[in-house]
Design a protein around this ligand. Structure first.
Ligand code: SF4
Length: 216
């Protein structure tokens, strides 16, 4: 397993490589971010940002979503994958926000994960980006990179990967590390044909080294 020191060294290289990495979802409040993150499951941030201005104009509050006809929510998000399920989750989530939390956004994992459609990853993104509470969200990019770099075991669960990063990185860097790793996964350590020859982590990455040997 990659040591704490080497994991921190790797992140330093990535901060230099990708100094502007940040969340791409556009939201003006923690509530809007929650809805945007829910919409982003199996959809691109760009596609979500295209529909949310109209969606939030039509449904500005948890109450307006909770009282909406489901087809009206669907009409605003139909270009997003799984829109029917997402519309249902959003409506139910907003009903629960009102019933359980008085329409206010909760600030803890435990409370957020009680809401329909909100899992660990969504809760982590909302806590980190909306409330600046140290959190480390694990998505498909982070999972792939953790395993390729041996930061986590190849069979590690998402929960274990979160723990591995939290153990190896300073808490104050968790939120930025998440965004930097996602940018790195999108631009360099891509799922197919990662750009290993241009990667600053090649010297510590057995996966990348094997890939290059195989391709010579
Ligand atoms: Fe990813 Fe290749 Fe870099 Fe390893 S060397 S982290 S596989 S891009």
């Amino acid at each position: 397993m990659l040591s704490k020191a080497k994991t921190q060294w790797a992140m330093q290289q990535l901060y230099v490589l990708l100094p502007d990495a940040k969340g791409a979802l556009i939201a003006k409040s923690p509530f809007q971010l929650l809805i945007a993150v829910m919409l982003s499951a199996q959809a691109t941030d760009i596609s979500v940002n295209k529909v949310t201005p109209q969606l939030f104009a039509d449904f500005p509050t948890p109450n307006s979503f909770a009282n909406a006809d489901i087809t009206a929510i669907e009409a605003d998000i139909h270009s997003i994958g799984l829109y029917h399920h997402k519309a249902q989750y959003i409506k139910t989530c907003c009903q629960q926000l009102i019933d359980k939390f008085g329409g206010q956004m909760p600030h803890t994992h435990f409370e957020l994960e009680q809401l329909a459609g909100v899992g660990r990853k969504t809760a982590n993104v909302v806590l980190g980006d909306a409330f600046h509470i140290p959190s480390f969200a694990v998505d498909t990019h982070v999972t792939r990179i953790a395993k390729r770099l041996n930061i986590s075991q190849v069979d590690a669960s998402v929960t274990q990967i979160e723990i591995d990063f939290q153990t190896k990185l300073p808490q104050k860097t968790w939120i930025q590390a998440h965004h930097t790793l996602i940018s790195f996964g999108r631009q360099v350590c891509t799922a197919r044909n990662p750009h290993c020859t241009e990667c600053p982590l090649l010297t510590i990455c057995k996966s990348g080294q094997k890939r290059l040997i195989k391709n010579t």
